[in-house]
Design a protein around this ligand. Structure first.
Ligand code: GLA
Length: 400
């Protein structure tokens, strides 16, 4: 009897408590990743310039902390000892040199690999090398690992990601673990104790409405991805986030679309991983990405994802409960024409059963603040009436 209790306890300890580092992502991770703009064209100079730009542009001050190198940082093959190595031409001083530089700027450093035998861009994958690679990341002072899902035929996703999670834990350096499994095996159902964030969809493209075709696959547009999130909010919270993919702000969307995309990622408590060339972003992109009031919606310590309250005449109304009884509301115009928005605060019943929160404008008056214009928008005593431009948002914070 005693022995079986002990075995059960050991089993539970291993499975319940020992898989991932806790406390590393109490709010959604923020940073920059190389993939959306540079794909495989990355090198030492570019990365160091990007670290400089994260500081000089104010991105770091706005909360963007992780600089993550995506696919193709490594040599095409492992060395004779099976070690993964940085591409010697593009990263001649190796990865520790980059990590040191990134850390010297007050930032954190991330790398990418894949649960399969090869990465999506055909570099060496981690399958069979989990503990060896985890020790390498720890030795290079890596703080974040994005772990992809290409070339995984016959592999069980939960097992593969759990193995890597345990390998990172065993290597001993606290590392944020980002599961990039595209939602194929519903990671939201099993990854809370495995990683800190998990992709919920296939890859994002720099398109707002509709998808972007690339031969035999399509990158998903912003609205398409938003549609795929609504039922997943109950799975997210401090330390474990739904990840609707990295940002395309500044990558060819219109200014309105950039604003709407960013606002909605914040309403979704999504990781905010910029994917534009921050060395040369225009003023509007800069102001969108570094708007601290909007970022505060994303980074709210309650960690509750927003929900779609209503859809009418191509306008979606989303609400997100915030700390201290505040709320965010976002009116998203999904159409190509301006849309009128009317909202009678006192007649609506905004009731979030997940967080057990009610917005009761009958008994409470909320102050309204427009987070893009940074101006007061009156109070909930008066019905709201506004026009939202095409593919844009009206984003308000309600404070008691
Ligand atoms: C997959 C991922 C992307 C990116 C590429 C790299 O498509 O979903 O985010 O990491 O691989 O090859």
């Amino acid at each position: 009897m005693k022995k079986s209790c002990l075995i059960l306890f050991a089993f539970l300890s291993l499975h319940t408590f020992a898989q991932k580092f806790e406390g590393l992502a109490l709010t959604p991770p923020m940073g920059w990743n190389s993939w959306n703009t540079f794909a495989t064209h990355i090198n030492e100079k570019l990365v160091m310039e990007m670290a400089d730009a994260m500081v000089s542009s104010g991105m770091k001050d706005a909360g963007y902390t992780y600089l993550v190198l995506d696919d193709a940082w490594m040599a095409k093959e492992r060395d004779s000892g099976g070690n993964i190595i940085a591409d010697p031409q593009r990263f001649p001083h190796g990865m520790k040199y980059i990590a040191d530089y990134v850390h010297s700027k007050g930032l954190k450093f991330g790398l990418y690999n894949c649960a399969g035998t090869r990465t999506c861009a055909d570099y060496p994958g981690t399958r069979g090398y989990e503990y060896q690679d985890a020790r390498f990341y720890a030795s290079q002072d890596v703080d974040y690992l994005k772990f992809d899902w290409c070339n995984t035929k016959g592999i069980n996703a939960e097992e593969a990601y759990t193995t890597m999670s345990k390998a990172l834990k065993a290597a001993g350096r606290p590392i944020v673990f980002s599961l990039c499994e595209w939602g194929t095996n519903k990671p939201w159902q099993w990854a809370e104790s495995v990683g800190h964030l998990w992709r919920t969809t296939g890859d994002i493209g720099n398109v707002f409405a509709g998808d972007k075709k690339y031969g035999d696959w399509s990158a998903l547009g912003v609205l398409h991805i938003i549609d795929m999130q609504d039922s997943l909010r109950k799975y997210a919270g401090p330390g474990h986030w739904n990840d609707p993919d990295m940002l395309e702000v500044g990558n060819g969307l219109t200014e309105s679309e950039n604003r709407a995309h960013f606002a909605m990622w914040c309403m979704l408590a999504a990781p905010l991983i910029a994917g534009n060339d921050i060395r040369k972003m225009d003023a509007s992109t800069h102001d969108i990405l570094t708007n601290k009031d909007v970022i505060a919606i994303d980074q709210d310590s309650l960690g509750i994802e927003g929900f779609r309250y209503a859809t009418k005449d191509s306008v979606e109304t989303w609400f997100k409960p915030l700390k201290n009884g505040d709320w965010a509301v976002c009116f998203l115009n999904t159409s190509n024409a301006p849309q009128k928005v009317a909202f009678k605060w006192k007649e609506e019943a905004v009731n979030d059963t997940l967080s057990n929160r009610q917005l009761d404008a009958k008994t409470t008056t909320y102050q309204l603040r427009n987070l893009w214009t940074k101006k007061s928008a009156g109070t909930t005593k008066k019905d709201l009436s506004a026009t939202v431009p095409p593919h844009d948002v009206l984003l308000l914070r309600l404070t008691k």
